[in-house]
Write a protein that binds this ligand. Structure first.
Ligand SMILES: [Zn+2]
Length: 285
């Protein structure tokens, strides 16, 4: 990805080095749960954060003597450029809908962070909090993406950001609210289906971003789209569940299968059109 000369976003909040700690009662099981759940990124933060919230405990914020390495600072810059590029893309797309795009903030944190959705730890992976309209990421996730999830490459890293920004777009369009409102009326299984559609739509929106990054700003290089498609499929629920437990149980999927995630990303990339991402009307996913 040709990103070095790209615009840096003014919406990055660097909170690396401030340490948020919260005592968790019965920590062992809680942390194990978080670690398992953390393998999925883009998880509905309400579920996990409430869980942690219920465990209670005291919260404290301290500053550490954390000094980012040159490599980490380069990654932070990379994230800033990707965020700026999503801002340019979505501003144009919202203009076409005669609507204004509200830019999300992106919080870089190290270890743990307090969001409007609750307390979060790096092990949960990157997430978007609708309540404060911020994307949260601990850059160490990128090491896991490469080493544990077999998804190397800068465009795989960019896809992670653009997927979370996709959740922001869904929030602005009122789609996330409608899905969450349906929660009480639906069985767990049906709600899960709806939640898969929400995730696949975020993948499609990530593809829409990649389309415009490619056509308008020409920052996409040969092989980049394959990196994103590989990342989308490596983090599909079936793949992750297989790694974790050795078998898959489709009813508990919350993000879609590897094949579905890659297909919806491609759908958005090929069309460049928000309207092609209607996973809620699609007969088959
Ligand atoms: Zn997601």
């Amino acid at each position: 990805m040709r990103w070095e000369r790209g615009r840096r976003s003014s919406n990055v909040e660097d909170q690396r080095g401030s340490r948020v700690a919260r005592g968790i009662k019965g920590g062992g099981i809680g942390i194990l749960l978080l670690a398992l759940v953390g393998m999925f990124f883009g998880i509905d933060p309400a579920v996990i954060l409430n869980l942690v919230g219920q465990m209670g405990g005291e919260q404290s914020v301290t500053t550490t003597d954390y000094v980012p390495s040159a490599e980490e600072n380069r990654l932070a810059e990379f994230v800033s450029v990707v965020l700026a590029d999503t801002e340019d893309t979505w501003r144009d797309q919202f203009n076409r809908l005669d609507s204004g795009y509200v830019e999300p903030k992106l919080v870089l944190f190290s270890g743990a962070v307090e969001s409007a959705c609750g307390f979060a730890q790096a092990a949960m992976g990157p997430f978007y909090c609708p309540a404060d309209q911020k994307v949260y990421i601990d850059l160490s996730f990128y090491q896991d993406l490469k080493d544990t999830m077999n998804a190397p490459g800068d465009f795989a890293q960019a896809y992670v950001i653009s997927h979370e920004v996709g959740h922001h777009v869904q929030n602005l369009l009122g789609i996330s609210d409608r899905v969450h409102a349906a929660r009480e009326k639906l069985s767990e299984k049906d709600y899960n289906q709806l939640s898969v559609r929400l995730e696949l739509q975020a993948d499609c929106l990530a593809g829409v971003w990649a389309h415009h990054a490619d056509r308008v700003r020409q920052i996409v290089e040969p092989g980049d789209i394959d990196e994103a498609l590989n990342a989308a499929s490596q983090i599909g629920d079936d793949r992750l569940q297989k790694q974790a437990r050795g078998y898959v149980t489709p009813d508990s999927f919350t993000h879609g299968s590897s094949e579905q995630r890659a297909r919806w990303f491609r759908q958005g990339f090929n069309s460049g059109d928000l309207n092609s991402c209607n996973t809620f009307e699609a007969e088959s996913l």
